[in-house]
Ligand binder design. Structure first.
Ligand code: AMP
Length: 226
């Protein structure tokens, strides 16, 4: 099973991904974690990404697409067990690049929560890290969270539409649940038709990310088992 976990900063994508990794043996690919490792190593990629990440802005699409494609192509566990993408795709171009590369999700989990709730969670994460002597993320502060939320809201629908626009049923939309694997006449390019003609189907589920971690995990597992 290949899954995308999608949602605003602080909604709990990382926490839920770890739980899903344990429960389903999925290969967890967090683009934020990959970038933070590259920045810590001061690699060429890290140096290119650092300013964007520190300001809460998106790193360039080409850079992140290259990193994800390379990881999924080289990681045997991802190929064998299926992957869980956390933090990717974040733009329509990234979603489109996935489709064109034949990287097909079976399920997109959209974790939703209020801006006020997720902002407070991010600031709490920074306070908790600081109190327990752990490294505080350079982008976990009030100003950067505003930028990250702005980036999220300005791209959310475009990302979901990228997967939605080849769906068969005329009433499918980013909040609906089931995107059947048949292209809508005239709506798809050849590559997208190839994507949708694979013997799988894409489901999109929206899960409320506001309740406790355990309750959100239960809702996610219910969505995945449908
Ligand atoms: P995250 O750990 O997912 O909150 O990501 C932290 C930061 O890494 C983001 O605010 C962006 O600066 C950068 N980043 C992570 N994933 C992506 C992506 N798919 N596209 C662009 N920038 C990304």
């Amino acid at each position: 099973m290949n899954v995308i976990i999608f949602g605003p900063p602080g909604v709990g994508k990382g926490t839920q991904s770890k739980r899903l990794q344990e429960a389903y043996g999925l290969c967890h690919v967090s683009t934020g974690d990959i970038l933070r490792r590259e920045i810590a190593k001061k690699s060429k990629t890290g140096l290119e990404a650092e300013q964007h990440v520190t300001r809460g802005e998106m790193v360039p699409d080409e850079l992140i697409i290259r990193l994800v494609k390379r990881r999924l192509a080289n990681d045997v566990q991802c190929q064998r067990n299926g992957w869980l993408l956390d933090g990717f795709p974040r733009t329509a171009r990234q979603a489109n690049a996935m489709v064109l590369a034949g990287l097909t999700p079976h399920h997109i989990l959209v974790l939703d929560a209020d801006d006020a709730t997720v902002s407070e969670r991010v600031l709490r994460r920074a306070r908790d890290a600081s109190h327990s002597g752990r490294k505080v993320r350079a982008d976990d502060n009030a100003q950067t969270v505003r930028t990250r939320l702005r980036e999220y809201h300005s791209n959310r629908n475009a990302v979901l539409n990228e997967f939605d626009k080849c769906a068969a049923s005329p009433d499918s939309n980013p909040r609906s649940t089931h995107l059947p694997a048949r292209p809508r006449a005239g709506g798809c390019t050849k590559s997208r038709e190839r994507f949708l003609s694979q013997p799988r189907f894409l489901r999109l589920s929206t899960v409320n990310g506001e309740p406790s971690v355990g309750n959100v995990t239960d809702s996610i597992r219910a969505a995945l088992s449908q």
